[in-house]
Design a protein around this ligand. Sequence first.
Ligand SMILES: [Zn+2]
Ligand SMILES: [Zn+2]
Length: 273
Amino acid sequence: MKILSTLHNHCTMCDGRSSPEEMISAAAAAGFTDFGMSCHGYAPFDPAYSIPGEEEYLTAMAGLRNACSGRLRLYTGIEEDLFAPSAMPERYDYRIGDVHYARDRSTGEFVPVDGSVEDLLHVIRSLFHGNAMDMVRDYYANMVTASEKRPLVLGHFDLITKYNERGRFFDEDSDEYRDLALQALEACLASGAVFEINSGAAAKGLRSVPYPAPFLLRRLRELGGSVTLSADCHYAPYLTAGLDLGVQSARDAGFDEILQFIDGRFVPFSLCD
Ligand SMILES: [Zn+2]
Ligand SMILES: [Zn+2]
């Protein structure tokens, strides 16, 4: 199967390392026909990580779209965190909905759950009084709320496991964890979103498999869910890094097709080709 399109990509307009032009050139060089930029939506509590402002981002993307016309179709997407909603969602070609933070109910502070091991430890100790499973419960409840905003794609469904390799903070094989994740999966599926197989962390060696974990992908397939591939790329040389892992994950879970965004809509591509 030829990979012609991915929608989850970042650039220097948010926390990416490559300029938008470098990302677009890499996409064209990789043979993509369709390419989506999905910078992190403006988060006032985390400005270094997000776009400076929506109007600025939308204007820049409109200019880029004109500049690359004829090379590939460029889409203006947004990775919309539950806690950093867009003020103008209708102006994007698509939204990727997800959750990167835990909210401290006593201070109102937002702490990333995917920033570092230290951040995650802070979340567990300070926000959840040392109970990691309470953090997991809160995270998945937030994912369900994010899905209810009807994004086109649901991003890195089990991001909460990013720094939990080998069960460092909670047991991903436990019934308690799996029940929480599976119940959230079913609730999120009801929103109609396409789930991404996100190989960003796996390509960097931070995880052994892409998100979502194999047991979640298998259940998603059983329930009739749809998946698309994403490298969650922040650096142009890695634009396609790990996408082969995503294809393998989809096959291992029993999917026989994945969706690619072509000419403004998702199109199924057979994994048997
Ligand atoms: Zn993300
Ligand atoms: Zn991302």
